[in-house]
Ligand binder design. Structure first.
Ligand SMILES: [Zn+2]
Length: 79
């Protein structure tokens, strides 16, 4: 009797694992909203704030949150 329950548990575990590996699309669909909207964040070299790359300004492979910080950071790095 105990052996029967053991095998039932094994079969259930195998079935659960099989279902998990057989349907990776379901779990990926739940993760997609975060992947579908990737907001690449960059760090302002001047103040260290993180801003979306779309709103950031780049100069010499450095990123800045605003025009003022771009000019400050650029002049500061030259000195
Ligand atoms: Zn800044």
């Amino acid at each position: 009797m105990f052996r029967l329950l053991f095998w039932i548990a094994v079969i259930f575990a195998a079935f659960w694992l099989w279902r998990r590996f057989n349907r990776p699309a379901v779990s990926k669909a739940q993760e997609k909203p975060s992947e579908a909207n990737p907001q690449p964040m960059v760090r302002c070299e001047q103040c260290g704030i993180h801003v979306p790359r779309q709103n950031a300004l780049s100069k010499d492979s450095q990123w800045f949150c605003s025009q003022a910080h771009l000019e400050q950071g650029h002049s500061g790095s030259e000195q």
